[in-house]
Design a protein around this ligand. Sequence first.
Ligand SMILES: [Zn+2]
Length: 92
Amino acid sequence: MTPVKLNAIITCLRAHFPIHRKVVIRRVKLKLIWGSVVYGDNQITISIDKNSEIKVEILIHEWAHIRCNGVEHSECWGKEYARIYSKIIGVK
Ligand SMILES: [Zn+2]
């Protein structure tokens, strides 16, 4: 996954699945996990393991968490993940 393509997906997420807070996406070296979300006072930060081969899936996974107000892998999260996955990755 090239950075350019990931940036296009981020633009698509912001347009079609908006989050009404500032969201910053960092590509960093993570240990033991592939992605995380931190809710700060001024912004929400998504961290993605820069060495992962599945950055898009991680991004969608974390985006769905935020869209469901940070709840863990609930029904809301599952449905939101499916909706986003279908739009971004699914067969058109
Ligand atoms: Zn999760």
